[in-house]
Design a protein around this ligand. Structure first.
Ligand code: GDP
Ligand code: MG
Length: 394
């Protein structure tokens, strides 16, 4: 069956993005239809995808359909959302983090506002590779296709993607779904899948960047000192490495005097390992869960950040009133929380429930937050906003 054949393959997370009615759901259905022929997917009809059940993530209601399929190379978890608002919430909250995205652009329409908004968000949440499917090729002449090709590459470049290198495929998702074997039908889907296999890399552990360990826990070993515990997010930690313990206003320089994995001392540990690090000259009282241990000089703490933030609608458990600048609440990210102030841009006096906007955050204490890192804001124990960091400010 489908599941047993795909069990051995590595997984890649992708999804369709793009303007409403450009054919995202039709394309998703067409992909499953074509792959079902090879026993690599179960065919999911259009209506079933668009009737995606509601999911609750971080207290927000998101309609999203997760379709599983595989190619000869990999297994895919593919996300398609029914509405524009669902895409916004999905991307801002980091609910289905994509390794790459299929941008669907209808040839008869070209780029539209939601095309741009989805690309902006994709960039902000760290999606690096975009494959373009110029859809509805059945409705236009070749000249129009080539003009859309130029337009979309420029758009990708404007948003910080590699517009020149991004693959662009012309097709008709509808024809493919109807079983047409003409150029824009099934062959366009096969071409799309081949290119996705090639162009969107499988996520790998990062062993080369400076190391980073979010601290989950800390304890004292009598006679030796303070040990911090966490899973190495990236890089390699070596015994005697110079390190810094950052967060909650602290920047403590230290040295990793010992590394333990499963209680055994080791000379080094790599991304993915859960480690205990004995730190030289650090008092247990100055360590808190939520701090970061990182290679000396590799990260910076700040009180100030820019973010994209979505304010939950009332029927999502959010506020009934709009938010204005100088809004102060607890901000939650990873394993920590802290008091923070939210300010809106100068061109905006309020943010209505159900809307999203760029915001400025001021944290009570200096923390490490990186672009793409998500957070929530809670009032009286319930989530009222979700956001993603776009920039660290001084
Ligand atoms: P979404 O909002 O991006 O998910 O768009 P849909 O997949 O729901 O498609 C919107 C409309 O465009 C539907 O009526 C589809 O049948 C139609 N459509 C999708 N793909 C094509 C195509 O390749 N050619 C034509 N002519 N129509 C298409
Ligand atoms: Mg749709």
């Amino acid at each position: 069956s489908f599941s047993s054949e795909t069990a051995e393959k590595v997984n890649c997370n992708i999804g369709t993005i793009g303007h409403v009615d450009h054919g995202k759901t039709t394309l998703t259905a067409a992909i499953t239809k074509v792959l079902a022929k090879d026993g690599l997917a179960d065919f999911i009809p259009y209506d079933e995808i668009d009737r995606a059940p509601e999911e609750k993530a971080r207290g927000i209601t998101i309609n999203a359909c997760h379709v599983g399929f595989s190619t000869k190379a990999r297994r895919y978890a593919h996300t398609d959302c029914p509405g524009h608002a669902d895409y916004i919430k999905n991307m801002i909250s980091g609910t289905s983090q994509m390794d790459g995205a299929i941008l669907v652009v209808a040839a008869n329409d070209g780029q539209m506002p939601q095309t741009r908004e989805h690309l902006l968000l994709a960039k902000q949440v760290g999606v690096e590779k975009i494959v373009v499917y110029v859809n509805k090729a059945d409705l236009v002449d070749n000249d129009v296709l080539e003009l859309v090709d130029i337009e979309i590459r420029e758009l990708l470049t404007d948003f910080g993607f590699d517009g020149a290198a991004s693959p662009v495929i012309y097709g008709s998702a509808l024809q493919a779904l109807q079983g047409a074997e003409t150029e824009y039908g099934e062959p366009s889907i096969r071409k799309l899948l081949e290119i996705i296999d090639e162009y969107i890399p499988t996520p790998t552990r990062d062993f080369t960047s400076p190391f980073l360990v979010p601290i989950d826990n800390a304890f004292t070993v009598p006679g030796r000192g303070t040990v911090v515990v966490g899973t190495i997010k990236r890089g390699v930690v070596n015994r005697n490495d110079e390190a810094e313990l950052l967060g909650f206003g602290e920047s403590i320089k230290t040295t990793v005097s010992d590394i333990q994995i499963f209680k055994k001392s080791q000379p080094k540990a790599v991304a993915g390992d859960n480690i205990g690090c004995l730190l030289r000259g650090v008092r247990i009282g100055s360590v808190q869960r939520g701090m970061l241990l990182c290679a000396a000089g590799s990260e910076e703490v700040s009180n100030h950040f820019e973010a994209s933030m979505y304010l939950l609608a009332r029927n999502e458990g959010g506020r009934s009133k709009p938010l204005t600048s100088k809004y102060i609440q607890q901000l939650f990210s990873r394993t920590w929380n802290i008091s923070a102030r939210v300010d809106l841009g100068q061109d905006r006096s309020m943010l209505m429930p159900g809307e999203h906007a760029p915001v400025y955050l001021t944290l009570l204490r200096k923390m490490v937050m990186s672009p793409g890192q998500s957070f929530t804001i809670r009032e009286n124990g319930s989530t009222v906003a979700t956001g993603v960091i776009t920039k660290r400010l001084k």
